[in-house]
Design a protein around this ligand. Structure first.
Ligand code: ADP
Length: 720
């Protein structure tokens, strides 16, 4: 028998096309990059297809029935195994891989194929290779098929129908439109060749009906369609086993699978990055190899618990690199047990915690630095949590208020401190930020708070409450710093007390000296020579200046001691201005200055201490006349703007240099080098005026140009 007795039959080319196409499909799918079970099963089915197409090609080329029958039977594993392999591919594709892990299920699927193969090769039950029974048709020699062949076709169709059912189920279940489309595509891909092919190649030949067997080209078409959707839509990408394989491959943690005898069965690529071992160097080796000198520790804390069936989680141990460096890792495990509960594999995941350790050390160092700073600064510091409870306090704060650390941690500031600003108690809620911050912020800053602690100690302090932008996340509500200003305050008070006392003591003798001088001027002035009279006048002027200085000093010290209390009443501001202007008319006349009142006839009432606010008006008017030369003019104008009355005192005097403007309202400030007329000033008038205006919740300001004049303005709120 010549097995290579071939002659050309054009129909063989159709089978050859199937062979080549299926081979190309195998190549494309195998190199598409997703080495997963589904893909491998698909390729296995395709290999069966190639074998079948190759056998059909050779059958069609055979010149005699012996050769044809021989090649037909060579291809039997191809056409017998193709369909069960295709079914298991579909089973895996629809996500029922678990079904395949049972040997029984696999046997059920493949047993008929083996049995039929046995029949084909060893018996004449399926096909009869007797050359005299073979028929010659237009596509070549056709082997004699027995009725069992029809049963084989029925079995084959059952397998394909099962595949179709699984695909229909998937199609009905999925909500993903692309997956839906794919399932439809695959169903159509299977349906056409299976129906047509099983008739042309199976059922019809059994009934001796002569049609061209189209199964190979049609099944090839199916392969092309399915492969196209595999490659185009990356069907296998979401396959869970591929996901797991990928994770294991790419994860940063070392994954070790070892047996109960502690020999490593599997380890992932991370072992190379972290420990410097190649996978092959440690696979099959005892786990001791990667633990190194830390073995006793590892055995006790990791292996013993695992072996006794416990799961360890986040145990910190050291592993050792190939060069002997210790790597701290966090080790967690899980176990695989058989049905009898016996452990057959242990899986460990080791996470490199070098970075975390570094971070922790840095954080601790940072905290220690902070603690040292807190210990050594003289300001008191409290850290509050978001509910205002104290979480941290420094020694300076404890000393400042005579407190014990343990008696205040966890408490709120209001539990042991009373803070008052002026007469008002501080609202402790103001110390904490109410909203999420976008940057580090000072929430509250108050100077000169009076703070009384539960220990009875009282101090004056400047307080700053700040918050950091991560506060909410780390539970830090605010950091309160307090600097004790009691000493400064005491000194200030002593100074004020001294000034006030000195002024008081000076007032009486000055008043009496002025009285006597005035008496002398009146009584003996006539009898004195011009020169003597001028001495007397100068002495009187000097004593008047002294009296005004003393009065101003007294006023300043009373203001600063907080001793000035306003006696407010509603007042007709227009009348007050009018009276004040007319009081200054004689002086203006004497100095040859035009003094005018430009205020309107009527203005709403204001709530003021009339005596004090008139002092401001007089002060500004006196200055205006004082710093304006003869021939100049001074005008007063009151007007309503928004909810305030604003009074302007405008002069055409000498003006104020620009650099002096910012300091004008400070204590004892006087513009130097100006031409002063009349009595010398004290530099306290504007300071006192500002204090009085601010007590009325108003503002005072000046606009001036050197040589052209000045306009002083102040506002007082209207009665609302
Ligand atoms: P003084 O008692 O010296 O007037 P003030 O506090 O009232 O003290 O004024 C401070 C300084 O401001 C004055 O010494 C003067 O130099 C300047 N000054 C005040 N008012 C005027 C003004 N209307 N024109 C020019 N300079 C002025």
């Amino acid at each position: 028998m010549n097995l290579f007795d071939f002659t050309l039959n054009p129909y063989a080319l159709l089978s050859l096309l199937g062979l080549v196409t299926n081979a190309v499909v195998i190549y494309l799918v195998a190199t598409s990059g997703y080495q997963v079970l589904t893909q491998r099963l698909y390729i296995a089915g395709q290999i069966a297809m190639v074998l079948w197409s190759a056998s059909e090609t050779l059958v069609r080329l055979s010149a005699n029935p012996q050769t044809a029958n021989f090649w037909y039977l060579v291809g039997a594993p191809g056409w017998l195994f193709m369909s069960p392999l295709f079914l298991i591919f579909i089973i895996a594709y629809v996500g029922k891989e678990k079904f395949l892990s049972s040997i029984g299920n696999l046997a059920l699927l493949f047993f008929p194929a083996f049995l039929l193969l046995f029949f084909a090769w060893r018996t004449n039950f399926l096909v009869n290779p007797d050359p005299s029974l073979a028929r010659y048709t237009f596509w070549g020699w056709d082997i004699f098929k027995l009725p069992l062949f029809g049963i084989f076709m029925a079995w084959l169709d059952i397998l394909y129908i099962t595949s179709l059912v699984l695909l229909f189920q998937l199609r009905a279940k999925t909500e993903d439109p692309v997956k839906h489309k794919q399932a439809t595509f695959m169903i159509l891909g299977i349906l056409v060749p299976v129906i047509v092919g099983s008739f042309t190649n199976g059922f019809l030949p059994v009934f001796k009906l002569e049609v061209l067997p189209l199964a190979v080209p049609l099944t090839t078409l199916m392969s092309v369609m399915i492969s196209y959707s595999i490659l185009k839509y990356k069907l296998f990408i979401v396959n869970p086993s591929m996901v797991v394989t990928n994770i294991v491959k790419t994860m940063n943690e070392i994954l070790i699978v070892f047996n109960p005898r502690h020999y490593i069965d599997f380890v992932n690529d991370a072992v190379e990055n972290i420990l410097g071992y190649k996978k092959e160097e440690v696979t099959g080796k005892h786990i001791k190899k990667i633990v190194g000198s830390q073995w006793p520790d590892f055995e006790k804390n990791v292996l013993e618990p695992i072996d006794s069936g416990e799961q360890v989680s986040g145990v910190e141990v050291n592993l050792e690199t190939s060069s002997g460096e210790k790597i701290p890792v966090s080790f967690s495990s899980s176990l695989f047990k058989d049905e009898k509960g016996k452990i057959f594999a242990e899986v460990g995941v080791a996470t490199d915690i070098r970075k975390t350790r570094r971070l922790i050390i840095d954080t601790i160092a940072e905290r220690n630095k902070l603690t040292v700073v807190m210990q050594s600064i003289i300001d008191g510091v409290f850290a509050l949590d978001t509910s205002g409870k104290i979480t941290l306090v420094n020694p300076a704060a404890l000393k400042m208020f005579n407190l014990e650390k343990k008696s205040i941690t966890g408490k709120k500031l209001s539990d042991f401190l009373i803070m008052t600003d002026g007469n008002q108690e501080l609202d402790y809620k103001d110390l904490l930020s109410r909203k999420k911050l976008t940057k580090d912020t000072i929430i509250l800053q108050r100077n000169g708070l009076k703070i009384t602690s539960s220990s009875g100690k009282q101090i004056f302090a400047n307080l700053t409450s700040s918050a950091i932008k991560e506060g909410l996340e780390v539970g830090l509500g605010a950091i309160i710093t307090m600097s004790d200003v009691s000493k400064e305050r005491e000194l200030e008070e002593m100074k004020l007390d001294f000034v006030s006392m000195a002024a008081h003591e000076l007032r009486t003798p000055i008043t009496s000296a002025r009285g006597y001088l005035s008496f002398l001027q009146n009584e003996v002035g006539e009898k004195l020579s011009e020169e003597q009279k001028s001495y007397l006048d100068k002495a009187f002027i000097a004593s008047s200046q002294l009296a005004s200085l003393v009065d101003n000093l007294l006023a300043v010290s009373r203001i600063e001691q907080g001793a000035v209390k306003l006696q407010v009443a509603s007042c007709d501001w227009i009348k007050t201005v009018k009276d004040c202007v007319s009081n200054f008319q004689p002086l203006a006349k004497e100095k040859k200055i035009k003094l005018s009142n430009l205020s309107p006839e009527k203005l709403p009432l204001v709530l003021v201490d009339q005596f004090r606010i008139s002092e401001v008006l007089s002060n500004l008017l006196a200055n205006a006349l004082n710093y304006t030369k003869a021939g100049g003019s001074v005008s007063v104008e009151a007007e309503v703007e928004n909810d305030e009355v604003i009074t302007h005192i405008k002069d055409t005097g000498i003006g104020i240099p620009e650099e002096a403007l910012p300091k004008l309202f400070t204590k004892f400030f006087r513009v130097s080098g100006i031409l002063e007329q009349g009595s010398k000033g004290t530099g306290l008038g504007l300071y006192i005026s500002k204090a009085i205006v601010e007590m009325h919740h108003g503002r005072i300001w000046v606009e001036s140009k050197l040589g052209e004049g000045s306009t002083f303005s102040f506002s007082i709120p209207l009665i609302s």
